[in-house]
Design a protein around this ligand. Sequence first.
Ligand code: ZN
Length: 325
Amino acid sequence: MADLPGRVRAGRAEPPVRVTGVTTLPDRRLLLVHAHPDDETIGTGSTMAHYAAAGAHVTLVTCTLGEEGEIHVPELAQLAAAEADQLGGYRIGELAAACAALGVTDHRFLGGAGRYRDSGMMGLATNEHPRAFWQADLDEAAGHLVEIMREIRPQVLITYDENGFYGHPDHIQAHRVAMRAVELAAAEGFAPAKVYWTAMPLSVLEAGMTEFTESADNPFVGIEDVAELPFGTPDEQIAARIDATDQHAAKQAAMRAHATQIPHNSWLYAIAGNFGAEFIGVEYYTLAVGEKGPGSGPYAWEDDLFAGLPDVGPDRAPVTAAGLR
Ligand SMILES: [Zn+2]
């Protein structure tokens, strides 16, 4: 169901026309649950662009507005939380531009924009803000996500591992909320068939450290061993490797859209420049829920998050949007 804008005729506005209709969603539906604007791009941007380009329905749910982020655009410094506290609203626009670059049209904020606030880094006073996502009631927050699942019926969900990939409270909370929502949806019979967590194989980290040793812009500076990093997964525990190198330009455009967060001289761009599209266009996942599909290579990594799913294809009953089922 959609509200059309009010029509103006003979100088008088008429009330909006409610159109009742059934929208058939694509066969393959992917839901991503992220903590802040920019996480979708940095962690999963190539995957999102890859599936959007392939005609899948890609839904992004962002849990906070990222109000506590640093600001890398000097002209916007006074938007900061301690000053005008307008960064969150500004980042809505950055996220919209990033989604456009990735080809993703279905984007929502958990509970609506501004419902949950960026909690800031672990241990800071911002963790205690009454709207901080870290303080969110788990079932209430998960309930918002269940409603989206009920509407979209995603077969595949992507979020973070229990450490939120690197320990940020909002990432940990996004994990908890997503996993609780999967549990609640399962009880109603529409849980995603597969749940993936973002991951970085140790072999890729090791290769990156080696490549960057000679670089002036080394993000691993001061780190002797990958074991010191707060992330990194043994290769044999990785389930899927999504090669979206053909989407690396989309991901870079989305990164540029998050200008307050990613400085133009960031090592993230240096990665793309120095080491080619693979470092930016290939993303990895562990499988937390569901059956692993067929894959290839030494660890039989899937090359498709929908691999092995029985209900993807022309024979599957169509799913309709707008709750009309
Ligand atoms: Zn984040």
